[in-house]
Design a protein around this ligand. Structure first.
Ligand SMILES: [Fe+2]
Ligand SMILES: [Fe+2]
Length: 163
């Protein structure tokens, strides 16, 4: 059985992972509209991963006799200033998600829920990867100085494969 506090914080995470998916979907659509095929593929794949994260939280809550609630979501921004600024936003968002996962870990300890504490470690590791892959992208963008976007767009999916 999940305590009320744990059930609540896990449901909040359902919402955050679901919003992450919509945010990246909106970014993917913007990139696609602006001719960045590779970048949009990367973001569509990322949106799919976030949906999987949301599903993981939903099934864990229900498995542990909690009640997962599917929330309504705010509309993600449909415009982006530039590719570099968009990836800055992605990094900020992932850092926000990491902080949120850490809050779950802290609450598990406070509530002595060692089962959820153990389960959520997968997300602790996942966030290390998520942040580092976005940092790699930002480093490459810095190196290109906003030029060679054709090459960057062509190669970005290869960064996913090497993960
Ligand atoms: Fe996620
Ligand atoms: Fe993520």
């Amino acid at each position: 059985m999940l305590t009320k506090k744990i059930e609540q914080i896990l449901n909040k995470q359902v919402e955050k992972e679901g919003y992450s998916s919509l945010l990246y979907l909106a970014m993917a659509s913007w990139a696609e509209n602006n001719g960045y095929k590779g970048i949009s593929d990367w973001l569509y794949a990322q949106a799919e991963e976030e949906k999987m994260h949301m599903l993981k939280f939903i099934s864990y809550i229900n498995e542990r006799d909690g009640k997962a609630v599917i929330p309504g979501f705010p509309k993600p921004p449909s415009e982006q200033k530039s590719v570099a600024e968009m990836f800055d936003e992605v990094l900020k968002h992932e850092q926000y998600i990491t902080a949120s996962i850490n809050e779950i870990v802290a609450l598990c300890i406070q509530e002595k829920d060692y089962t959820t504490h153990n389960w959520v470690q997968w997300f602790v590791s996942e966030q290390i990867e998520e942040e580092s892959s976005v940092k790699t992208i930002l480093d490459i963008l810095k190196l290109t100085g906003g030029k060679n976007m054709y090459q960057f767009d062509r190669d970005i999916m290869k960064l996913r494969e090497s993960e």
